[in-house]
Write a protein that binds this ligand. Structure first.
Ligand code: GLN
Length: 315
């Protein structure tokens, strides 16, 4: 049985290991506002099922969720319109292409492959059948992160809205093929807002804790998300959550995870452990390079791989 101070020590080691890779990547700049992030930042938060919270480095620096929002919009779509409707509009397969690729749309391999890439997420957001989908999204994020003050970062939202030409192309291509229902501009506006919601690693680790415990909050005992929805979300995180690096990350870390170009990664680990990392320096695939390496390190140290030998739990 590990003590919190043992885990604190391991987090410090993970941080050191993660930092050694930061010179190999760069901060996202295709959304101009994201380019302002400090490339030296690296932080992590890990929460055990009894609520013990361990933090290291720049765990408290706020960042926008970006693609991590895709997990919340999938939950909301499944809750509001159900499995059949959502998966008639979006698939469940990894793409092997980058997150904002339009190549499959143009070659008529429809519908979009999965809800964790931009095309699939835009369709998923379009499915959410509620009077104010963004308010419902924000409410869900606040509840699952246990933090009422979570809000939109207006600058990042406007920056992406003005520079998001690729996403606009994706939405109009989807409309032309009758996959996207409704006004593309309105759906894109919701998608940009969702991506621009600002969190810290502790917020996301709290959410990861719920995912890691099949929708149950082990601290309060409340069922926060239906178990069948969590199973779908975690499966898609494991197979598609790190875009065209999902296979390699599944082999090396084996933790259902979702990254965002803001530098965050949310990771729902074995043994009911919730983890989130932040480091805005990205690798070529658009994943946080420090975050990936910290999670790989922790997976080895704490026996968190999905297919690890379950008889030797180490935490
Ligand atoms: N908002 C970003 C975009 O649509 C999200 C992409 C990401 O985090 N990979 O380009």
């Amino acid at each position: 049985m590990m003590m919190p101070q043992d885990i604190d020590l391991i987090l410090q080691e993970a941080l050191l290991y993660g930092r050694s890779f930061l010179s190999r990547g760069k901060v996202a700049d295709y959304i101009p506002e994201l380019a302002k992030a400090d490339p030296s930042h690296l932080g992590i938060c890990l929460i055990l099922p009894d609520g013990t919270t361990c933090r290291a480095g720049d765990w408290n620096v706020p960042f926008t969720m970006q693609s991590i929002a895709k997990t919340f919009s999938l939950i909301l779509a499944l809750q509001t319109v159900g499995y059949e409707k959502v998966f008639s509009k979006v698939g469940m397969e990894p793409t092997g292409d980058c997150f904002d690729s339009i190549v499959q749309l143009e070659s008529k391999q429809l519908p979009p492959f999965n809800p964790m890439i931009n095309a699939g997420a835009i369709v998923t957001v379009g499915c959410i059948d509620l009077p104010d989908p963004f308010e419902a999204f924000l409410d869900l994020v606040r509840r699952l992160c246990f933090h009422d003050a979570i809000r939109l970062n207006e600058q990042v939202y406007l920056s992406e809205k003005h520079s998001g030409l690729r996403n606009r192309s994706i939405a109009y291509l989807l409309q032309s093929d009758h996959i996207l229902e409704g006004d593309p501009e309105q759906i894109l506006d919701r998608y940009f807002r969702m991506c621009s919601v600002e969190v810290t690693t502790e917020d996301l680790a709290r959410y990861a804790l719920i995912l890691a415990n099949d929708g149950l909050d082990p601290v309060t005992g409340g069922q926060m998300i239906d178990e069948w929805i969590v199973r779908i979300v975690k499966t898609l995180m494991l197979t598609c959550g790190m875009y065209d690096e999902s296979g390699e990350f599944a082999v090396k870390a084996g933790i259902p995870s979702k990254s965002g170009v803001g530098g965050g990664i949310v990771a729902a680990a074995e043994q009911g452990i919730g983890i989130a990392t932040y480091g805005p320096v990205l690798n070529k695939k658009g994943n946080s390079i420090g975050g990936i390496h910290m999670l790989e390190y922790l997976s080895g140290k704490l026996n968190l791989h999905y297919f690890a030998n379950k008889t030797c739990t180490s935490v």
